[in-house]
Design a protein around this ligand. Structure first.
Ligand code: CP
Length: 323
């Protein structure tokens, strides 16, 4: 059933910049709203007028398939207009800053700016300077909040709860904004979070985030309900941090053999994409019945619809929900 706008209070914040900012109630509000809105995606005509008259700008200065297109579909499903800006086709190539680009777009009367950028804090800078609601679609190695929200929705759909679930996040934790956002969200919701990877790809002091650290994959996965596999981000690594591909596969790749020998029989596998098949995960595991990789992507549209729906979009809360 679609949300009853008279019953739903929006988020009491202008922007969505990171999971570290959100409390448990806010996370649950977004997930519950996403569940209601997901029903629209099953209809023959997948569009509702909730955000008619509003406009979103997508400022993507790093490549993206899932995030950009699910935000774009989410906007369309809610009747929100959108414009897209990429580094290669905008005046950024002529030297314009991210902030100037965003301010110029806002001068064209925008409600939402969705931004992906290689600099940690890029979305915070826009949030301080623009009236529009800013949504962080990934800022460097810092946070990727909507990825964590769609992961949490997928976990709740599968298990019906968060409390007490054990997860191992495996791979390149050091360069992963997905890992950071998920560690914040999963811990706030009562999950038991472990991380595992080569010592060079585990951040120093990560234990302060409340996670257990493993360097041995077999030990890390033995009692876990979920194995969350991260992409190896060669593009973010300075020289020398990454063991050889062959060594990485031998020690950390999630294969059928490893799962059969060391994991629980009913373990589920998640991955944020894009997947390097045959590197961090085998082809057969990625395509297996244990894999929730494609349901994660489906939930990305619903979660991003919920974010547009719940944020004020540069207007007073009452205006947003009086439809
Ligand atoms: N998971 C994720 O952020 O994928 P994209 O880089 O394709 O957006």
């Amino acid at each position: 059933m679609c949300p009853d706008s008279s019953q739903i209070k929006g988020l009491n914040r202008k922007d969505l910049l990171g999971i570290s900012d959100l409390d448990r109630t806010e996370i649950e509000l977004i997930l519950n709203t996403a569940v209601s809105l997901k029903e629209i995606l099953e209809r023959p005509i997948k569009v509702v007028p909730y955000l008619r008259g509003k406009t979103a700008a997508f400022l993507f200065f790093e490549p993206s398939t899932r995030t950009l297109h699910s935000f774009s579909l989410a906007a369309r499903r809610l009747s929100c207009d959108s414009v897209s800006v990429s580094a290669s086709s905008s005046s950024v190539l002529k030297g314009e800053t991210l902030l100037d680009t965003a301010k110029n777009l806002e001068a064209m009367k925008l409600n939402f700016v969705v931004v992906r950028h290689s600099s940690p804090g890029a979305s915070h800078n826009l949030a301080r300077n623009l009236r529009a609601s800013i949504i962080n679609a990934g800022d460097g190695c810092h946070e990727h909040p909507t990825q964590a929200l769609l992961d949490l929705l997928t976990i709740r759909e599968h298990f019906g709860r968060f409390n007490g679930l054990k997860i191992a996040i495996v791979g390149d934790i050091e360069h992963s904004r997905v890992a950071r956002s998920n560690i914040y969200g999963m811990s706030k919701l009562g999950m038991d979070v472990s991380i595992c990877g080569p010592p060079t790809l585990i951040p120093r002091d990560i234990e302060k985030m409340g996670v257990k650290v493993y360097y041995d994959l077999k030990k890390a996965i033995e009692d876990k309900d979920i194995i969350y596999v991260l992409r190896i981000q060669k593009e973010r690594q300075s020289k020398g941090l990454f063991p050889s591909t062959r060594e990485y596969i031998k020690l950390y790749s999630i294969t059928e053999d490893i799962l059969e020998k060391y994991a629980k029989e009913d373990v589920i596998i998640m991955h944020p994409g894009p997947v390097n098949r045959g590197l961090e995960i085998s082809v057969s595991v990625a395509d297996s019945s244990k894999s929730l990789i494609l349901p994660q992507v489906t939930n990305g549209v619903a979660v991003r619809m919920a974010c547009f729906y719940l944020l004020p979009g540069g207007e007073e809360r009452e205006n947003q929900l009086s439809m």
